[in-house]
Design a protein around this ligand. Sequence first.
Ligand SMILES: *[C@@H]1O[C@H](CO)[C@@H](O)[C@H](O)[C@H]1NC(C)=O
Ligand SMILES: *[C@@H]1O[C@H](CO)[C@@H](O)[C@H](O)[C@H]1NC(C)=O
Ligand SMILES: *[C@@H]1O[C@H](CO)[C@@H](O)[C@H](O)[C@H]1NC(C)=O
Ligand SMILES: *[C@@H]1O[C@H](CO)[C@@H](O)[C@H](O)[C@H]1NC(C)=O
Ligand SMILES: *[C@@H]1O[C@H](CO)[C@@H](O)[C@H](O)[C@H]1NC(C)=O
Ligand SMILES: *[C@@H]1O[C@H](CO)[C@@H](O)[C@H](O)[C@H]1NC(C)=O
Ligand SMILES: *[C@@H]1O[C@H](CO)[C@@H](O)[C@H](O)[C@H]1NC(C)=O
Ligand SMILES: *[C@@H]1O[C@H](CO)[C@@H](O)[C@H](O)[C@H]1NC(C)=O
Ligand SMILES: *[C@@H]1O[C@H](CO)[C@@H](O)[C@H](O)[C@H]1NC(C)=O
Ligand SMILES: *[C@@H]1O[C@H](CO)[C@@H](O)[C@H](O)[C@H]1NC(C)=O
Ligand SMILES: *[C@@H]1O[C@H](CO)[C@@H](O)[C@H](O)[C@H]1NC(C)=O
Ligand SMILES: *[C@@H]1O[C@H](CO)[C@@H](O)[C@H](O)[C@H]1NC(C)=O
Length: 666
Amino acid sequence: MLRSWSIFLVAALCTQIPGVLSAAPSGPWDAFNFAPSSRTVKPVSIFKSEGSVENGKALTDAGSGKTTFNSGSWLALDFGKEVGGLISMNIDSVANSSAFALSFSESPMFVSPTTSDDSSFPSANMSYDGVLEVQSPLREGFWTQPADRLRGGFRFLTVVSKSTESFTISNITCSISFMPQTEDLRDYAGYFYAQDPSFHDKDFLTKIWYAGAYTVQTNIVPLDTGRAVPFVSSPGWENNATLGVAGPIIVDGAKRDRAVWPGDMGIAVPTQFVSTNDLLPTRNALSTMFAAINPTTGALPESGPPLSQQGSDTYHAWTLIGTHNYYLYSGDTDWLQGIWANYSKAVQFLENKVTASGLMNVTGLRDWARLGQGGLNAEGNALLYRVLITAADLASHLNESTLQEAWTANSTSLKAKYNEAFWVPELGMYRDNETTTLCPQDANSFAILFNLTTSSNQSASISEGLQKNWNDLGPVAPELPDTISPFISGFELQAHFLSGNDARAMDLLQREWGYMLYTNLSVQSTLLEGFTANGSIGYRSYDGYNYDASYTSHSHGWSSGPTSALTIYVLGLQVTSPMGQTWALEPNTSGLPAAEGGFQTPLGWFGVKWTSTSKLFSLTVTTPSGTQGIVTVPGDKSIQLDGRTIELHGSRQLTVGGGTHVITAN
Ligand SMILES: *[C@@H]1O[C@H](CO)[C@@H](O)[C@H](O)[C@H]1NC(C)=O
Ligand SMILES: *[C@@H]1O[C@H](CO)[C@@H](O)[C@H](O)[C@H]1NC(C)=O
Ligand SMILES: *[C@@H]1O[C@H](CO)[C@@H](O)[C@H](O)[C@H]1NC(C)=O
Ligand SMILES: *[C@@H]1O[C@H](CO)[C@@H](O)[C@H](O)[C@H]1NC(C)=O
Ligand SMILES: *[C@@H]1O[C@H](CO)[C@@H](O)[C@H](O)[C@H]1NC(C)=O
Ligand SMILES: *[C@@H]1O[C@H](CO)[C@@H](O)[C@H](O)[C@H]1NC(C)=O
Ligand SMILES: *[C@@H]1O[C@H](CO)[C@@H](O)[C@H](O)[C@H]1NC(C)=O
Ligand SMILES: *[C@@H]1O[C@H](CO)[C@@H](O)[C@H](O)[C@H]1NC(C)=O
Ligand SMILES: *[C@@H]1O[C@H](CO)[C@@H](O)[C@H](O)[C@H]1NC(C)=O
Ligand SMILES: *[C@@H]1O[C@H](CO)[C@@H](O)[C@H](O)[C@H]1NC(C)=O
Ligand SMILES: *[C@@H]1O[C@H](CO)[C@@H](O)[C@H](O)[C@H]1NC(C)=O
Ligand SMILES: *[C@@H]1O[C@H](CO)[C@@H](O)[C@H](O)[C@H]1NC(C)=O
């Protein structure tokens, strides 16, 4: 039954472009959705005003009429959250020599009449980008920002008088440029809702789930709105470069880099799946990487065009891992078959780097920003392990049994070599390579997440060891000193849940993502790219960003780890084969009284609602008919399925089919 039904579905879906099927149910969670209800948005308030500005309030939602700027004045407007796109306004009256300019900033720290925050290039003077001069001489009438000067991410817009003559304007709006394929930005396919009465903001978990989802929405961009390369000279910026083979396309950040980065997608795409389920931008990004494969060596680029960075074995691995994520969520077999020749060649590219030691010698050294990449490195080999496991799974779906067997066999031997080379029993963690005692956050998180560990005791020890890196704001990465990386922390978060330490995972979530969501150094809506150990936003100052704190992105999809983690580990629901033909449900109640949520695949709606007290755990799960799931019931009380007591002989797992089921334990 299941079998013939899936064949029918595969046939039906063959030509389907992945997209949103229908809306998630509405409820109290909608109040926490950050996405604006219209694609045209107005400032909500005045952040700061200097000099003689008459009726500045008219430029906000709250006012009416027109605003006059007199000599030397400026006004900073606040959109209330991260937005991005093109500014329009009515220029109502100008004198001959009137002139004015606009500046943009994500963080309130960089609101300035003389420069925007930086996006073109990092410079220690924090004023590389400068301002946008509005056309000169000014003409009265409706004005729209030139498309090539698009600003992809900002919360604050400053209007600055540049002459002694006055001018009068009205009706400032921003036409949102991200997610161009979607009319209603709030129309999500999935949702999540949980209250945590023990935290100072009981709605924190719901807010952070939606903050991650909105962050990724701001990273879905039209094809021709990438950062120009070579970078324009100072002052200025230009966002009209072509980003790949088709649009819309998923990039790393709203303000910058505005380019495809496959590592970032390792977090951003699971977020996208559980929230908007709008996977076309992901397919376009992956297609872009496979089209740009080096035909001789099989190397994939580290980033998409026009940046087209080369020389990263780890980001090469992320494109391959991302291919599996995309296929798992979409079941897009036609696409997989189309890229298969290049995909398998790219797997072989990494396999060719495996030395007699049985480990890959990392020679493409570029990476997520960590120091000390290269050689027989633990992070690189953890990613190779995940590549082999996921490659074997993809091969099984294409009936490529020879490759499936070879990749499986190689993964088994890599796991053994990995543990021999990198596990340090005295430290209870994996080291970065065979000549160091540094135990990195990335490889240790990956080891649990990708199943390189060989016992639950080993995973427990790593989870404990990772916590030793924490300060009040999160883990300071040993492999990138003085830095808290929400990207790598997104993997650590999953590692704590997977090793059975849900209290530790919740603690990490509150520290690190609580800081990011509430700090007034950021945008209080979308999520920071990274920050320093003391919470300053000078991420990577000494490591490529030239001490330019204004260059940091405040809307980076790679920081959205909690969104999928809350769905997969707290709610507990995930797909385990393409489109959720099989699925798993294992709630980590984490001390919460209740949680609910769900997502969609081309097969339909997957939803869960549970409540938990010391006496009774109760859940309702709904999945498409024809699917099958394994439910792991928390606690130790006796289990009832749809009202009948189930004898599980010590196991807490039961297999259920699609449809709606009620499971209780009391
Ligand atoms: C404004 O500019 C126009 C055209 O350049 C010129 O004819 C006119 O005299 C100027 N008016 C003033 C008041 O400067
Ligand atoms: C942020 O909050 C701190 C502490 O309340 C305050 O001193 C500072 O002025 C605020 N900064 C901004 C940009 O609002
Ligand atoms: C800031 O530094 C850049 C070089 O990185 C330079 O081109 C630019 O002129 C400087 N801007 C200011 C306002 O000093
Ligand atoms: C205000 O600007 C919007 C475009 O953002 C435009 O559609 C509208 O007509 C303008 N309103 C007025 C009163 O000019
Ligand atoms: C971007 O816009 C600038 C200014 O209009 C133009 O000179 C440049 O050729 C454009 N670049 C691309 C890739 O279209
Ligand atoms: C596969 O790689 C070749 C270069 O070797 C390229 O020409 C082709 O377009 C790629 N195919 C796909 C589907 O990306
Ligand atoms: C890794 O490759 C580099 C560059 O080819 C080489 O110098 C180094 O000796 C190799 N390391 C190992 C452990 O094989
Ligand atoms: C081994 O790891 C350490 C810590 O990351 C790093 O400093 C060192 O360069 C690495 N050694 C090699 C041979 O790559
Ligand atoms: C794989 O083989 C099965 C069984 O013969 C068949 O139903 C399925 O269509 C094949 N899949 C592909 C992608 O060829
Ligand atoms: C499996 O590993 C061996 C030894 O490293 C290597 O020669 C071979 O290419 C690998 N096979 C595949 C299919 O990657
Ligand atoms: C983890 O790997 C072991 C083999 O090393 C395997 O038996 C087990 O099923 C794997 N677990 C998962 C969740 O894939
Ligand atoms: C792992 O096992 C060892 C001995 O079997 C024990 O001493 C240690 O406490 C365990 N570690 C954890 C984290 O459970």
